[in-house]
Design a protein around this ligand. Structure first.
Ligand SMILES: [Fe+2]
Ligand SMILES: [Fe+2]
Length: 184
């Protein structure tokens, strides 16, 4: 409970790293919106989204979470949860761009991105922990190559793997069960 008798000090730790990563979320949102709009003939927007999201995840896990763990001597408290979401997203990205798959991806990102962008969230924690090497971190992020993504697969096996990955990350696997509803 908040002690109203004490002034609350809000320390903002949002600099170039936070801004860059949050802007990536906005670009990904836009690409996912295009993929879900029904005009994504040939799945070009979906393919761009898949590559960009996998690169974004790689940056978070290999650069930011790794740096934070090294600095703290232990993983960020939220890292395990975020990695499970990343696993679910990677599994969902193997599915064809049908409405139910896009809707499930949207639902995971809607729960996931605020944990990274929130006041005191993972991006602010990384900005603070990496403050002395921020330019080097930004350079490594910029130098992260495109992640090659294999073609999506329309198979019960891949669908089952995506359902299990959703459940493992604490999301409702039934997100994938209503193929008649449009991704909003
Ligand atoms: Fe993430
Ligand atoms: Fe992210």
């Amino acid at each position: 409970m908040v002690d109203e008798t004490k002034p609350r000090t809000i320390v903002h730790r949002r600099g170039n790293l936070y801004t860059h990563m949050a802007a990536e979320h906005a670009v990904l949102d836009e690409l996912l919106g295009k993929a879900a709009a029904g005009s994504d003939i040939g799945g070009e927007a979906y393919q761009a989204f898949r590559e960009r999201l996998l690169r974004h995840i790689r940056i978070e896990e290999r650069i930011l979470f790794a740096m934070a763990e090294q600095r703290r001597g232990a993983a960020l408290p939220m890292a395990a949860r975020l990695r499970l979401d990343h696993g679910a997203l990677a599994a969902l990205l193997m599915l064809p761009p049908a409405d139910h798959a896009l809707r499930a991806i949207r639902a995971v990102l809607d729960a996931h991105n605020p944990l990274e962008e929130a006041e005191g969230g993972v991006y602010e924690q990384c900005e603070r922990l990496g403050a002395s090497e921020i330019n080097e971190l930004l350079a490594r992020i910029a130098a992260t190559p495109r992640v090659p993504v294999s073609s999506w697969v329309d198979s019960p096996k891949v669908f089952g793997a995506a359902r299990r990955a959703l459940a493992r990350a604490g999301h409702d696997p039934a997100l994938l069960d209503q193929p008649d509803r449009r991704c909003g």
